[in-house]
Design a protein around this ligand. Structure first.
Ligand code: ATP
Length: 252
């Protein structure tokens, strides 16, 4: 059974179709890339996959069961199993909380006692390559790459089945992009966690994802194993995407 499945998803905003019947299947521990130009519907598809938004038509299944309505207790329980890392770490880290407090929060919500929570922090930091000394600091005292590592540590603290990474490095300095991508890959391998990686950069998805879906104007124009797909693109749009890649700006 697939971990996550989406079938015939449609979504329109103000009558304008953004997703015109897209689907995917993601097995336990597998990686899937979602690539396309700005405005192709990648983020909308991702929000629907996480149950943050309802499709106008189609269905999302998690372990074969329909995604429960957003905000419901069943949905909240499931959301712990699906964690996300977004483009801008500064936007999701409370600027007034120390890194320690930020990392403790999901554990507190889970019901862990203070001592248990505290005991978990050094290992969480270590796993994302941060020294224990950052624990008392505020996000503003960290670099962009370090902040993204904190976001990843927080997502991992709940031992998710699926990590949804939406442009996880596009707001970071080119010099640290590859480090963060490799950290995500390493963690994914260690934990056998599934991952959906959304990016406009085909080098990123090729590096990260076993399979890739190419989205254009709300439809999937091509899909397949990432290497083969980008080495021998069939659809003219995928070919254009491969050709249009700004190689010099690529982190990999
Ligand atoms: N809540 C919303 N209300 C109205 N229009 C929206 C909403 N969310 C997205 N859109 C529109 O839907 C289209 C697809 O947006 P989406 O963010 O899914 O694309 P994307 O491929 O992720 O692009 P980007 O890489 O720029 O984020 C865009 O034209 C966007 O303006």
């Amino acid at each position: 059974m697939n971990l996550l499945e989406a079938r015939a998803i449609r979504k329109a905003y103000q009558g304008r179709p953004v997703l015109a019947g897209v689907g995917l299947a993601l097995g336990e521990g597998r990686t899937l890339g979602l690539v396309g130009e700005s405005g192709s519907g990648k983020t909308t598809f991702g929000r629907i996959l996480m149950g943050l938004e309802r499709p106008d038509a189609g269905e999302v299944l998690y372990r074969g069961e329909p995604m429960p309505p957003a905000g419901s207790p069943a949905w909240r329980a499931l959301r712990r199993r699906i964690q996300a890392v977004h483009q801008d770490p500064s936007a999701v880290l409370n600027p007034f909380w120390s890194i320690q407090e930020i990392l403790e929060e999901p554990l507190r919500v889970q019901g862990l006692a203070r001592a248990q929570r505290r005991a978990r922090i050094p290992a969480l930091l270590d796993q994302v390559g941060l020294p224990a000394a950052v624990a008392p600091r505020l996000p503003a005292e960290l670099s962009g790459g370090q902040k993204q590592r904190v976001v990843i540590a927080r997502a991992l603290s709940l031992a998710p089945d699926l990590l949804f990474a939406d442009e996880p490095v596009s707001a970071l300095d080119t010099s640290v992009q590859a480090q963060i991508l490799n950290l995500l890959l390493e963690i994914r391998r260690e934990r056998a966690m599934a991952m959906v990686i959304v990016s406009h950069n085909i080098d990123v998805v090729r590096h990260m994802a076993e399979r890739t879906l190419v989205l254009r104007d709300g439809i999937i124009v091509e899909e397949g194993p990432s290497q083969a797909l980008f080495d021998h693109p069939e659809h003219p749009f995928t070919r254009a995407l491969v050709g249009a890649l700004p190689r010099l700006a690529s982190p990999l």
